[in-house]
Design a protein around this ligand. Structure first.
Ligand code: FAD
Ligand code: NA7
Length: 541
């Protein structure tokens, strides 16, 4: 029989993406706490460890998809293009691991399977897939918001004689040259895969359920002078990012789309089209595309006309053209629509001809066609935000299970903590900010690690939000979301992309500046909305 020993540390960190790495650095290196960190992956990177599919890259521009806290490192950082490829981001994260000697804290290939709060000891008991047990006062969950893979259950999948891959767990360096490839899914990931693979494979069939609006990314090489200039201006750049709404490095427009002439509107859209960038197109052109249906339609119509102009085959163009609102996370691409002008790239509209079954040699659709394939790539996204939490056995006060507490809707206060789960923090938990995410991750990590330090300095035994704060925050997030168009379509932003998942509000869409102001105000007011319990009171109770 195996014996398990229990080791006690100050904090357990789960996840080795940006969030877990910064939390570990702060707690371990800066505050001198004992920290044990885990990731089920074999190395650091999180998203950028797992998503090694062809064409994987950021849609946040290179200079602001990185940590801002280390000014010295920013002066050494460099990049070659306007966006970062997966390997670039991974290399940057590994540099952070080296620079701060963070490898010592992390144990890889190790999944945390349960975290149970022991009320008497006021400690969390954490169990790993290796059977090891740890106790810790604090648990930091940096589990990733786009990390739990969504692999739909399609009839006949197990009969397929070729290979089935998912973009969110993609093997490194897979060569698909000369093969017939099917790609299911047309979100950010699907469009990247198709654009990258179209010219490389023998034949590519893109299975699209909902066509999407996508604009050019503006991917281009960046020269040394541009990098130098950015380095010189980093203070101002980050200041602008952190005081904006979506934190994508541009000032959001406040001009209503219909307040200008048709001619001017077209000029603004054309300019944004040429400049590139999905968030820039949606939020930098006019101020009400995401909130007003008529304004939204002007942007949607512009993109639809571009698709029809780009795709030469009328039938393909029709299948690629969206008909609903422009109301998902705005996409950008490096020539997605152009890829369909190739003879070896085809599109199947699943709403017209749904997948009936996966068969040994391909996919059979409702019109009876068997699309013969050697490889099927699922670009079907993630059980976003709460997915990884629900896969763990997490129990807070009175043994309440996270799935019980989050029955229906996952909730939090500020996206970082929730009632009944003391000393338990989340990076990008439910109802966190919807932005370029690294600055939001930094905002959260800095804030709650400062809070942990405050608890330690003041001899507190536990810190957790009140249920009232959670309810209020949930209401605030719903009210703001209701003012936008995002909730009017189905997507992962509302948990409306996975079979069986309850639709709910999952983000604070009030912008990073407002979010940072709220966090600061709460910290300045003795962490208003949180219950702070001292050790003495707890042992008397
Ligand atoms: P992650 O990087 O997801 O890391 C979470 C880690 O936790 C994972 O490695 C996982 O293995 C681990 N984990 C989870 N559960 C457990 C467990 N129980 N035990 C052990 N380990 C566990 N955001 C942007 O802002 N801009 C972009 O351009 C952008 N592009 C993206 C492109 C893709 C393809 C994807 C999937 C996401 C993209 N994102 C982008 C979002 C991206 O996820 C975030 O920007 C950021 O990387 C999240 O970092 P994180 O540390 O919070 O989580
Ligand atoms: P997304 O944006 O959730 O896209 C998933 C795609 O997969 C989308 O086109 C879905 O169609 C499609 N899908 C999902 N399930 C099925 C089934 N069962 N059959 C057919 N098609 C299906 O995930 P991504 O990975 O592209 O991007 C997620 C985020 O990561 C992205 O926003 C970036 O931040 C990075 P649907 O639209 O639901 O009809």
């Amino acid at each position: 029989s195996t014996t398990t020993t229990t080791q006690t540390v100050d904090a357990i960190v789960i996840g080795a993406g940006f969030g877990g790495i910064q939390a570990t650095h702060r707690l371990g290196n800066e505050f001198g706490m004992t920290v044990k960190a885990f990731d089920k992956a074999a190395g650091p990177g999180g998203t950028w460890y797992w998503n090694r599919y062809p064409g994987a890259m950021s849609d946040t521009e290179s200079h602001i998809y990185r940590f801002s806290f280390d000014k010295e490192m920013l002066q050494e950082d460099t990049w070659s293009n306007t966006y970062l490829m997966q390997a670039d981001i991974l290399a940057n994260i590994e540099r952070v691991m080296d620079r701060y000697d963070l490898w010592q804290y992390f144990e890889f290939n190790t999944e945390v399977t349960s975290a149970i709060y022991l009320e008497d000891a006021e400690l969390w008991e954490v169990t790993t897939s290796k059977g090891d047990v740890y106790r810790a006062k604090y648990v930091v969950n940096a589990l990733g918001l786009l990390s739990a893979v969504n692999l739909p259950d399609i009839k006949g999948m197990d009969t397929f004689e070729g290979e089935i891959l998912h973009t969110g767990a993609y093997p490194e360096g897979k060569d698909l040259t000369g093969l017939r490839v099917g790609v299911i899914g047309s979100g950010s990931t699907g469009t990247q895969v198709v654009t990258a693979l179209g010219p490389k494979v023998k034949h590519l069939t893109h299975f699209i359920r909902t066509p999407q609006y996508s604009v050019p990314s503006g991917f281009r090489p960046v020269d040394e002078a541009e990098v130098l200039e950015t380095r010189e201006n980093f203070d101002a750049i980050w200041d602008q990012v952190k005081n904006s709404a979506v934190a994508f490095g541009f000032d959001e427009s406040t001009t209503p789309a219909l307040s200008v002439s048709e001619e001017e509107r077209q000029r603004v859209y054309q300019e944004a089209w040429e400049r590139g960038g999905g968030f820039r197109f949606m939020f930098g052109t006019f101020g009400d595309i995401a909130t007003d249906l008529e304004a939204n339609e002007t942007a949607a119509a512009f993109i639809r006309s571009k698709i029809r102009e780009t795709v030469k085959d009328e039938e393909k163009a029709r299948k690629l053209t969206p008909t609903d609102l422009y109301a998902r996370r705005p996409l950008c691409d490096g020539g997605f629509f152009e890829t369909f002008n190739r003879d070896n790239v085809d599109v199947v509209a699943l709403k017209e001809t749904p997948i009936e079954e996966i068969v040994p040699n391909g996919i059979r659709t409702a019109d009876g066609t068997v699309h013969e394939l050697d490889v099927i790539i699922f670009a079907t996204g993630f059980d976003a935000v709460d997915g990884n939490y629900r896969r763990m056995n997490i129990r807070g006060r009175n043994g309440i299970h996270i799935n019980e507490y989050w029955d229906g809707q996952p909730t939090s206060f500020l996206g970082v903590a929730t009632a009944n789960f003391p000393n338990w923090f989340m990076v990008l938990g439910p109802n966190g900010p919807f932005t370029n995410l690294v600055p939001s991750i930094e905002t959260q990590v800095e804030w709650f690690t400062d809070f942990i330090k405050h608890a330690e300095d003041n001899g507190l035994a536990s810190i957790e939000p009140s249920q009232e704060s959670v309810d209020e925050w949930t209401k605030t997030c719903s009210e703001i979301a209701d003012m936008t168009v995002f909730g009017k379509v189905d997507s992962w932003i509302f948990g409306a992309n996975v079979a069986g998942k309850t639709r709910s509000v999952l983000f604070y869409v009030g912008g990073l500046k407002n979010y940072r102001d709220i966090l600061k105000d709460i910290a300045d007011n003795d962490y208003r909305g949180f219950e702070l319990r001292s050790a003495v009171a707890a042992s008397v109770a």
